[in-house]
Structures are given as C-alpha cells and as structure tokens.
Design a protein around this ligand. Sequence first.
Ligand code: FDA
Length: 458
Amino acid sequence: MLNLNRDVAVVGAGPSGLTAARELKKAGFTVAVIEARDRVGGRTWTDTIDGAMLEIGGQWVSPDQTVLLDLLAELGLQTYSRYREGKSVYIGADGAPVTYTGDSFPVAPGTAAEMDRLIELLDGLAEEIGATEPWAHPKARELDTISFHHWLRQNSADEEACNNIGLFIAGGMLTKPAHAFSALQAVLMAASAGSFTHLTDEDFILDKRVVGGMQQVSQLMAAGLEGDVVLDSPVRSINWTADSAVVVSERATVNARFVVMAVPPNLYSRVSFNPPLPRRQHQMHQHQSLGLVIKVHAVYKTPFWRAAGLSGTGFGAGALVQEVYDNTNHGDTRGTLVGFISDEKADAVFELSPADRKKAVLESIAAFLGDAALAPEVYYESDWGSEEWTRGAYAASYDLGGLHRYGKDQLAPVGPIHWSSSDLAAEGYQHVDGAIRMGRRTAQLIAEKAKVQVAAGW
Ligand code: FDA
C-alpha cells in the first residue's frame, strides 16, 4: 500500500483528470492520479482486436474543438480526415436506401423544408441560450420541462422531419430516447458544438481522427507525470475537512489539500465521502445518468463501398444501425466501417444472442452499403454499458427537468473536492475537448484557491 502526501489527489486518469494533473504540476503543485482501471484514457481506448486497431471509445475531432487541437499539436500527434468521397445513403420511413450528396437528406420537399425550419429554430435557441449557463436563461424552465420528442412535435407536424432532427441529438449525441431528456438539454448539446447545424453536418462534427489513436493523448500526458499515476486502484473513500482530504484507494492512500473528482457524475456515489456530501449534491447526482450506445466495428479486406462510389456514410432514424461511417485507419489497406446502435435499440439487441446480434447488425449495415458488408474479417462491439468504471456511453446528461434545477451547482466545490469531466463542460460537452477544458478550469481554480490560502497565511 502506497502512502502518498501530495498537494492534489486526482481521481480518474481520463483526459480530464490527466489534464488537471498536468496543469497543476506545471504550476508547481505535487499531484497523484489514482485510476481504477489498468490503463489510462477512460472513455478513450485504442486497442488491437484480432489484428485490427480499433478506437473502442472517443475518436473524432471537429474544427471548433480548438483546445483539443492545440493539445494534439503540443503532444506531437498528427490528425487525418475521415474518408468522405462519394455518395451517402439515407434510409427513410419506407425502409428503402436512397443515395445522395451534400448534407441534406433526400426527403420529400415538404419534409426538407420542415427540417430546415427546425434546424433554424434550434440554431436560434442555441445562440440565444449558449452552453455556459443554459439554466440561467429566462426560457430555461419552459424548455427543460418538455421532452425533446414532444418539443419537436409541438413545433412540427412532419413525423419524418421530427425523427430526423431527433436523431442528431438523441441517437447521435445523448444516446437516450428523445422522450427521456429535455429540449433545454438538446439546446445545450447544440450550443456546446457551436450550433445545431454543426451537429447535422458529419463533415464538421466527425472531421478528423488522430493517427495512432485518441488514447495517446492520455498516454502521453500520463508519461509526463513520471510515476505519479497509480493504476488498478479504485478510490473507495474520501475523508475530508474544509481544507484537506485523505483519498483511500485499493493500492494507495493520498493525503492532499485538494481533490479533483475526474470521473463521470454517475460514478460519484461509488466513493464513500466522510462526512457525506451535502443534500444538494446527493440529489443532483441522482439526476445525471449516462446514455447507452453500441459502437460496432467491422473490418473488411478492402473498403469495398468506395469502389461502388459510396462514402460509407449512412443515416436512418428508423434503422437498427442509425449511423454508419467509413472508419478506415490512416494508411490501412483494409476498410473499416463503424456503426452506432443507440438507447432502446441497444436494449433490444442486447436481448439477442451474440450470434443473432451480429447477424442483425451486419444486415442493417448491409442495407446501407450492400451485401459485401455481411462478411467482415473482424467484428467487434464496444460495450461500455458493461464497463464497471463507466457504465454507459457516450456521456452523462440530466433527466427531464434536471438541467435547469441543478445545473448551476454542478461545478460547486464541496470543501477541498472539485468536479471535472466532459459531462460537466460547456464547450466540448460530452467530448474529449470538453474534458480537457474542464481539467484546465479545475486546475486554475485550485491554483487560485491555493494562492488565497497562502496569502491568508494557511
Ligand atoms: P473518462 O470517463 O474518460 O475518465 C474517467 C476515469 O475515471 C476513467 O479512467 C475511470 O476508469 C476512472 N474512474 C472512475 N471511477 C473511479 C474511481 N472510483 N477511482 C479511480 N478511478 C475511477 N468524444 C470525442 O471527442 N469524440 C468522439 O468521437 C467520441 N466518441 C465516443 C465514443 C464512445 C463509444 C465513448 C464511450 C465516448 C466517446 N466520446 C467521444 C466521449 C469521450 O471519450 C469522453 O467525453 C471523454 O473520454 C471524457 O473524459 P473524462 O476524463 O471526463 O472521463
């Protein structure tokens, strides 16, 4: 058992915790990062499965994610563009695949006009409300007490338009059914990415990947911490006073002045806090939950769809695999497709045997890209719902009404304990960029507090 004395104990070696530790170390603080898993990176995880390098977790970078882009450059990591030449495929309400180019689905003119109108409405709300304090806006309560599903239908009678717009947020981002989160939560998601239009534009939101994999961001940051990261060591309890804490984990105890809880909010209650957290936190944390999505990887001898003039991109709000993309690795001669199965559809396929699930998933991908999709050389399902130290994907959001009710307090420190994860970010919310922004913000806050304490003669 290690017994460590540090200025700051960081719980969780994902991108947020490692950023906080890195920044604090740069500012002259001593740190220890305590991680439950046997690896760093959290929800970013680059692994080789049956000879294929796969991004099991987070991977894409968009142009507005400037903090991540800067960090990639600083760490010497290269990016490359997602393959996007050729036609995309849309599967609408009739179940028939239709090819198209550009970023508008090939729907009936009336539906297209309704989609444009809803996008404009959501762009306006995102701009007006913003990502920093959506709970403080005069419309916050009104928008937070209606589900996104019902808000869409309140604003449009076109079911296909509602389903398509719902897909960009529900299946595409929050990975919960659109009836399970509010319109305000949807507006936050849009504002955090710059606009709702950005979420509808896969060439923007899924622009680049990291050569060699996104997990390297965390691996390189951890390497710079030179032995101050303890793996395989779940934090079990935090005994705290107004200005100190003892963080007790499986393999290390850290005596620290500050704590950074860099884990998603759904996992806070895995730690026993002594004394217990205040009522407000106890309540708030029960209203933040992770979504559920299965990220499916299928690797083929060649990217066969490209020869057929297809980009590999497909959308179908009613399809089992709601989104599919070319996810071929940089410099790889093989072709990789990635597909996503969200929320209730994920529940349904997890009821099947692995063989039946694989068959159903590949048939759904084949409906977009042809029967050659039925026989991949490598097939893998990222199942984050089964990961004890995550419990879902991609990230946490509030249930109906929770954002305006609790949002203002989600970052409030409790004694020496600070909260830091992509799930609490404004810009970059739910993304690696947001995790890094939160890590930096938390480090800055702690550095300022420490300065005040020194000035006060503590
Ligand atoms: P993160 O969850 O990464 O790290 C928290 C760490 O805390 C974990 O390592 C965990 O093991 C540890 N921990 C938890 N409890 C603990 C305890 N009690 N004691 C010690 N350690 C504990 N983002 C993006 O930008 N582009 C993308 O394309 C995608 N796509 C994507 C796909 C999938 C399938 C997933 C699951 C996620 C994404 N994301 C993404 C989201 C992105 O991966 C995510 O936002 C960040 O990894 C969050 O970083 P954090 O550091 O906030 O938490």
